[in-house]
Design a protein around this ligand. Structure first.
Ligand SMILES: [Zn+2]
Length: 152
């Protein structure tokens, strides 16, 4: 869980918005996890991967396949369709959000250097679309992993 430190929210609306934008266990992530379960996929949530540079927390991980899934919130991760910067305290939020995006890219790089496949989903995507992408990726990686193939 990343702590949000910074200015006191400027209004009840801003407080509500910040709360709605909590990073972990968001509605879309929960919905995705439920959908993956229904498809018979087993995974670890909030999984820590030790890369050479740092430890990265993965929202939904398939450790045997080294597959890392992130469900990125539109606000926190600056989705190109829905990114917005709160008008109040913009001086705080602009660098803060840019930092988040930079951290995402660093994590992607560190994970892929550690042999992980990284899939980033936006919380605004439909649960079905997200689950299908994850399922396809799992199938693809399984078909490529010799250790997991049934011997002839
Ligand atoms: Zn979005």
């Amino acid at each position: 869980m990343q702590r949000v430190t910074g200015p006191v929210p400027s209004s009840p609306a801003a407080t509500a918005k910040m709360r709605a934008n909590r990073r972990r266990d968001t509605g879309p992530e929960l919905a995705l996890r439920r959908s993956l379960h229904r498809r018979g996929l087993r995974f670890r949530k909030d999984f820590r991967v030790a890369t050479a540079a740092r430890s990265v927390r993965v929202d939904v991980a398939f450790p045997a396949l080294r597959l890392a899934i992130f469900v990125d919130g539109c606000f926190w991760h600056s989705c190109p369709e829905h990114a917005s910067v709160p008008k109040a305290n913009a001086d705080y939020w602009i660098p803060k959000l840019a930092e988040n995006v930079a951290r995402d890219r660093r994590n992607d790089l560190d994970l892929s250097e550690a042999g992980w496949t990284v899939v980033r989903l936006w919380e605004h995507e439909s649960v079905d679309a997200m689950a299908t992408r994850v399922g396809d990726c799992v199938d693809h990686l399984r078909s490529r992993a010799p250790a997991l193939r049934t011997p002839p």
